[in-house]
Ligand binder design. Structure first.
Ligand SMILES: [Zn+2]
Length: 320
């Protein structure tokens, strides 16, 4: 409860700071569903956390060409399929599964079965031993094998995410894989499935959004050690904003202006989500949380960023 109040107070401070300029921009933008201007990039952190007891991740990207990509597919079809239908999504160029935990891939087949076309599926498979160690936390190789082989049988290419590859590029926009650690001997071996999370950077002009799956501190530290450029305007918080997410040093290096947390109410109110709240409060960074804000939409237009929750605009535009 205390945490929610402090989150709100950060928001209201920022809201008053930006109120005048924000309202001016909103006058033009209206709301996200009406602002289909051709050169906008849009990201919706879909609220797949509406069940207070179950966390999940699903992020819909719409490029200026109208092409859609999905990063993670929710835990089941329950929230993700209606959200995609409501937005008129008929085809996803690719679905990128950040790592193979059920709360990130569970909705994949339901999306395909709902009639939405899928171009390619990307994923990063753990070793048999690596997955075996995590059976109690939900690593299920049988389920993973069955889902990805069904996808493959349906004629959808299934590819392994590779560090350094560009998954999409158009005009001033690109989606790049900064890291996707494997569990192979002879190279850096991710100690957990979370640490295999694909870390993706979306660039829209000079603006950047960092997607981190459930990256934990060992994987985050390896990224820092390699000197990978993770600076971003917006951070999709790793591991639902809760322990053992990446270190303080990682958050400092990203230096985000907004943090988006895909967490449900029960998880978000636990003490193990304290660290990201403290970080945001200390740096006066607005936190946007599925549990509080529902669907969260970012619109990047002409280098400006506008933010909308399901319940209305939060603040808009402008470099801080
Ligand atoms: Zn997760």
């Amino acid at each position: 409860m205390i945490e929610n109040i402090s989150t709100r107070s950060v928001k209201s401070r920022v809201l008053s700071l930006f109120a005048v300029a924000g309202l001016a921009l909103l006058f033009f933008l209206g709301n996200p569903s009406q602002s289909n201007t051709a050169d906008n990039f849009q990201w919706v952190a879909i609220n797949v956390n509406a069940n207070p007891r179950q966390q999940a991740d699903a992020h819909l990207l719409r490029f200026p060409s109208g092409r859609y990509f999905l990063i993670d597919a929710g835990r089941s079809g329950e929230f993700i399929v209606p959200a995609l239908k409501q937005r008129g999504v008929k085809r996803l160029e690719a679905v990128i599964i950040s790592h193979v935990h059920k709360d990130h891939y569970g909705g994949l087949l339901a999306i395909q079965q709902s009639g939405i076309e899928i171009g390619t599926v990307y994923r990063n498979l753990p070793s048999r031993e690596g997955c075996g160690r995590e059976v109690p936390w939900g690593c299920d190789l049988q389920d993973i094998d069955s889902i990805f082989s069904t996808i493959f049988r349906l004629g959808i290419p299934v590819k392994t995410i590779q560090t350094g590859e560009t998954l999409h590029q158009e005009a001033k926009h690109s989606l790049d894989v900064l890291a996707a650690f494997a569990q192979k001997s002879g190279e850096y071996e991710a100690p957990s499935v979370n640490d295999m999370s694909a870390v993706l950077r979306l660039s829209a002009g000079n603006r950047r959004i960092l997607f981190t799956g459930d990256l934990d501190s060992p994987g985050g530290d390896e990224i820092l050690r390699r000197g990978i450029d993770i600076r971003a305007d917006v951070l999709k918080a790793p591991h639902h904003g809760c322990e053992g997410l990446v270190s303080e040093a990682f958050l400092e290096m990203v230096a985000p202006r907004w943090i988006v947390v895909p967490a449900p109410t029960n998880l978000w109110n636990q003490p193990r989500c304290r660290r990201v709240k403290d970080f945001a409060t200390r740096h006066r960074i607005p936190l946007l949380v599925n549990a509080i804000d529902g669907d969260i939409t970012f619109e990047v237009t002409q280098d400006e960023i506008a933010v909308f929750t399901q319940f209305g605009p939060i603040l808009s535009g402008l470099t801080r």
